[in-house]
Ligand binder design. Structure first.
Ligand code: TNX
Length: 527
């Protein structure tokens, strides 16, 4: 049945090419078949194929309306297309014809877009710059994988004819990088941001502090980064971001329409801070740095006033560096903090976050305290999580706390795919590609109103991850599945269809230099 379906699609594409034969006669038929409009990840909300394809040529212009924002997206698109096409692709506010990017009030909500492709034009219209940007990512996937290469390729550069109308299911489509267990450089973070942009993610959550390292400069507590950042899991040199480097990550993420969500994990996962400042410890003694992978052994001293001065300073400085609305305060695995202390701590810390103009995000243990008005809880449980704990999260959700879903046995990117996976952990089980994709965020937790679910986020913890190659191997091919859960309407959810679309991404990853896990569940094209 699936085969039949694919054959029909292929036939359809060939017919479309035949229809546009005047344009494509010079191209070999096989290479010329443009990607069908629905062969995109994440799946678009609505696709109406038809008409002759659009072709990018040496003479193509990128037309933007007068706005600075549209011009920026136009320049981004031109930068993407110039190396592989070898074309000039001038970005201009004048003239007609070619690739047109239009900011139009009222198109498809805050991040949606519409893409119209025909013989004469390729038009992307959106109500916001983010929508235009996401439309550009769709256009990118409709072009051959070779478009991703950084040297001139033969083409032809055809986009199938028709219309896509698209908008996300959820407003929170996140990915988390743990830069604390192993430090990742600014360049490595930017590389991941570019991977995320291709799949329409809109949040980059940075786990900036943990037992093994503190990764962001704080002027009022300089030893946090200088000393607390000086090692990592395994005893390597670690590292930390200067404020200028953090701002550069924020700027780069914003240029790809992602909000950076900084996390300072507390009251647990704070050993690097405790090692840096003796006064933060209840006994006034700073322990040595830690480079192992245990969790749950550290806690800020809930009874000391200096703890709240510390939190105030750190939150103030990080909030000032962060244009986004959210600030993540962790709150997970505080096994060395009593329940009463945990509640007291969160009662004092959440108002500090509000004072500096940010919305609290916390791991779902925050629902065991009193989540602040408007707070978001990030659920990281698994099938085996107790009914009691799930009920606590559901109660908070019914009381107005928004949920971000990161079930560990589904979308923890640090879980091994199989027992043979050379990297990663397995405490939540092995997570193959299908398991990662095949669930519904809207119906995942019992007794949670669908409106409480704000989206999904894929964390990548880095106990075993040391560089971009490691990041890529664990993220691909699971990351695009998370993107699809966050973006695509539930009605498009279909593993058999998804695995075919996912397989088509493989050659694109090859062109981008992404080393991925060749899961046997996915029908990758022969290399
Ligand atoms: C649990 S998830 C943690 C992290 C570990 C991760 C490893 C969460 C909020 N806490 O501290 O790195 O497992 O998979």
């Amino acid at each position: 049945m699936r085969q039949h379906h694919r054959t029909l699609r292929l036939l359809g594409s060939l017919l479309l090419v035949a229809a546009g034969a005047g344009v494509t006669a010079a191209a070999p038929a096989r290479a010329a078949a443009p990607t069908p409009l629905d062969r995109v990840v994440p799946a678009p909300a609505a696709v109406h194929p038809g008409g002759s394809p659009y072709r990018i040529t040496r003479g193509t212009h990128i037309r933007v309306d007068g706005s600075r924002e549209a011009r920026r997206v136009g320049e981004y698109l031109a930068d993407l297309l110039r190396p592989s096409t070898g074309y000039r692709l001038p970005v201009t506010a004048h003239g007609d014809g070619g690739i047109r990017l239009r900011l139009t009030k009222g198109v498809s909500g805050p991040e949606g877009y519409r893409l119209d492709s025909s013989h004469r034009h390729l038009t992307i219209s959106a109500g916001s710059p983010a929508g235009l940007f996401h439309g550009v990512q769709t256009l990118r996937q409709l072009l051959p994988p070779a478009v991703e290469k950084d040297s001139v390729q033969p083409g032809p550069w055809l986009v199938a004819g028709g219309t896509i109308e698209d908008a996300p299911r959820y407003g929170w489509r996140g990915a988390m990088l743990d830069v604390a267990r192993h430090f990742l450089t600014v360049e490595e973070v930017k590389r991941y941001v570019d991977r995320l942009a291709l799949y329409k993610f809109n949040k980059l959550h940075l786990h900036l502090s943990d037992d093994q390292g503190w990764r962001i400069a704080v002027d009022s507590w300089p030893r946090l980064a200088a000393y607390g950042g000086s090692t990592e899991v395994g005893g390597g040199p670690g590292g930390s971001y200067t404020k200028a480097q953090y701002r550069e990550i924020v700027r780069y993420a914003a240029s790809r329409h992602l909000e950076v969500v900084p996390e300072i994990d507390m009251p647990g996962h704070t050993h690097a801070a405790l090692a840096s400042y003796a006064e933060l410890n209840c006994d006034g003694v700073a322990p040595p740095l830690y480079t192992g992978t245990e969790v749950g052994f550290s806690s800020l001293c809930v009874d000391k006033e200096v703890t709240y001065d510390f939190v105030d300073d750190v939150v103030r400085e990080i909030a000032a560096l962060t244009p986004g609305r959210h600030l993540h305060i962790g709150g997970d695995e505080a096994h060395s903090t009593s329940h009463a202390d945990y509640v007291r701590f969160m009662d004092r810390v959440q108002p500090i976050v509000a004072k500096y103009g940010k919305t609290v995000v916390g791991w779902h243990q925050l629902t065991g305290a009193a989540p602040a008005e408007g707070a978001l809880a990030q659920y990281w449980g698994l099938d085996g999580t107790s009914a009691e704990e799930k009920a606590q999260v559901a109660r908070a959700a019914r009381g107005g706390t928004g949920l971000i879903l990161s079930p560990a046995d589904r979308i923890y990117l640090d879980m091994k795919y199989t027992e043979d996976t050379p990297l990663g952990l397995s405490w939540a089980g092995y997570v193959e590609v299908r398991r990662s994709y095949d669930w519904d965020p809207g119906a995942y937790l019992p007794d949670v109103p669908a409106s409480a679910v704000r989206g999904v986020e894929a964390p990548l913890w880095t106990e075993t991850v040391e560089n971009s190659a490691h990041v890529d191997y664990l993220a691909f091919p699971r990351l695009p599945g998370v993107a699809e859960l966050g973006w695509s309407p539930a009605a498009t959810h279909d593993w058999e269809d998804y695995r075919v679309r996912l397989a088509a991404q493989g050659p694109r990853w090859d062109a981008l230099g992404i080393g991925y896990y060749r899961s046997p569940q996915v029908p990758w094209p022969a290399a």
